[in-house]
Design a protein around this ligand. Sequence first.
Ligand code: SF4
Length: 357
Amino acid sequence: MELANRTELLGMDLKSLESYMQSLGEPRYRANQIFAWIYRKAVGSFYEMSDIPKELRLRLDAAAQVSIPRVLKQRVSADGTRKFLFEMNDKKRIEAVVIPQSRDKHTRYSLCISTQVGCPLGCLFCATGQSGFQRNLQTYEMVGQVLGSRREMTRKLKTDDQDLITNVVYMGMGEPMLNYDAVISSIRALNDHKGINIGQRHITISTAGEVQGIRRLAEEGLQVTLAISLHACNDELRDRLIPLNRKYPLQAVVEAVDHYTTRTNRRVTFEYIMLDDVNTSPEDARAMIALIKPLLANVNLIPYNEVSGLEYKKPSSARIRRFYNLLADAGLNVTLREEHGGDIEAACGQLSTARER
Ligand code: SF4
């Protein structure tokens, strides 16, 4: 049972854990042991920490907790993508998606995690956006998705390989920049080489264009990848698809990206969900070229994953190809994203716990 006044150890760095153990009158090396149990072995129960004296395990259990979230349900796609439904301490539910990077048995995995319960931005094509906003996730709840997913994957795959998740993308439920401080501290926790050890260059933060967050990220000194959900190249359409555009129109987003790339010298990725008869005309392609060509940026085209209850459709293959060619011929760095998990509603824009209850 979780008690409100227990100290949460998940999300603490080694220094904070050392201070905590000292506050209990324990030597500092105990912090190293507990740190390894939490972050290397994804163990959340003090009773399983076998090199800790029993008396201390009992005391820790009364005073502290390690809230690696429980997987309530999981669905597996034909392509190996897995969607986890996690339950937080307060019973709120969120989703995370594990995506294999290849089809061989030594494959590594990318994990897409959530930053909020629901999302306040209400993008028109997005199942999360249609289900409303409940609250921000805390640092430990984001780190917990990584450990909870890893624990489940090692069990399923019958392996003790603790490094099988190599990439983390902040692209699940929620807008990361609206939960900025907790997102940044979770990145630092994931990146700790003594712990989960995910390289900064293997971490991506995706935003719908929250300009203040982009500008703050430019000053963090992090080597993470910034992705922008573009989805429209004129303000009239983008205002409709992504209501945040009314606050931060395209010009403001482009200026923030330009500032970011100048400060960090890191290439930004523009994600573009292709919606049939909405944003895939030759005119849309020309508008994108004019907008993005001057920037240090890639474009990632994502054919829409249909969401039941929403009107949008995926374009035909011919239309997707024509759009792609227009961009590539103009010299844009463009990729077409392989789709993952569409059959289990785990693909981009499909996450919604409303269906999973
Ligand atoms: S696309 Fe992202 S920002 Fe927009 S509503 Fe969905 S989760 Fe929120």
